[in-house]
Design a protein around this ligand. Sequence first.
Ligand code: UDX
Length: 435
Amino acid sequence: MRLSVIGCGYLGAVHAAAMASIGHEVVGIDVDQRKIDSLSQGKAPFFEPGLQEILTEGIASGRLRFTTDLAEAKGAKVHFVGVGTPQQKDGYAADLTYVNAAIDGLLPYLSEGDIVAGKSTVPVGTAAGLAPRVSETGATLIWNPEFLREGWAVQDTVDPDRLVIGIPDADDEQLVQVVKDVYHPAIAKGTPFIVTDYATAELVKVAANAFLATKISFINAMAEIAEVTGADVTQLADAIGHDARIGRRFLGAGIGFGGGCLPKDIRAFSARAEELGRGESVNFLREVDAINLRRRDRAAQLVVDAFGGSVFKKNITVLGAAFKPHSDDIRDSPALDVAIKLRGLGAWVTVTDPEALENAERLHPQLNYVADRDEALRGADAVIVVTEWDEYRRQLDPEHAASLAEGRIIVDGRNCLDAPAWRAAGWTYYGMGRP
Ligand code: UDX
């Protein structure tokens, strides 16, 4: 099938390449010439495992190309819109400038029977607002939210947990069949396929992210209680996680969530609920956000306390900059936030990360960046792990780290280290919500 994908960021670039990898003929379109140049040369503009391979394959096969010219969307049967919906500069609501621009720009190139499939995360009610403009061209707007996780984006696109589409007419079997044809490998595998209305499809996405954020902040709230009672939040999470109704996943207490989705999505959800006169229904999301942000202060405070009250002129090595492993994304990264807080308290901060250093340095030039992990550890008075890369979690031997560092303070901002092993190597270990 011929497909167009408007917006070639984390979502769109992966979607375009993944759709080509399952046999479709795809044109990816973005206004950013540099991004398009990079993608056209088969180079992923960001780190995402597996993307490079399917990009190269797709371009070599002739099924995948990239352009800045929206006119090249003409002729595609389905047009995916995967542009960003960032937080507004002066508030919590989502900024829909790019969604509106993409839809309006696309209108002249739509033909009778085309499908415009919105993938961006939008406030509930957006699709209903956009639909009349699309209908005038004879095309149909559907909403097809995306649930991909960075680091697993290719896998999540080709083999998702579920597919959701919001459509204007639930009996439109022909339209449903076209969407099934697009996602044919997942459909053949029996992936749950939910056909619903616009509002439900839009809400499914924000509800999923709100739930995940709440789960993380719940366990971080328990970490706060553990800190004043001597309890161990990781054991607590293991124990409650055995209850199948609760489950252990997303109960990792630490410095909390960040990234391009969860923080902005819960804020946009709160803002939208306010607009709808139902602000009180999701008031708890404000608390979820507040708990989450407190954990960053707590991590910095642990380092301060470890030095008996001041980190002034102490050499602190920060292991991690990305908001999570397997990503070079530093948007709202709790890891970098902790590094910046420590710098603000007068410490000499050295940051290292396997993938995110370039992005971090561009945005926060005030920190010292060292690419080599061991070089970064040399002479450290304290070490703090803020992104649980395997390079720190599994591959960093505490004895080896001790041979490089000056001090023996290790703060585990992700509760990901083998505490007894670090203690045995002479380190004073501090976890998040652990004795
Ligand atoms: C998230 C959703 O998972 C995905 O479905 C949606 O499409 C986009 O938003 P992503 O932002 O890639 O995906 O990251 P995710 O893996 O969900 O992690 C979010 C943050 O939560 C990270 O900063 C991570 O470190 C943190 N986290 C995750 C915890 O602090 N504890 C946990 O137990 C799990």
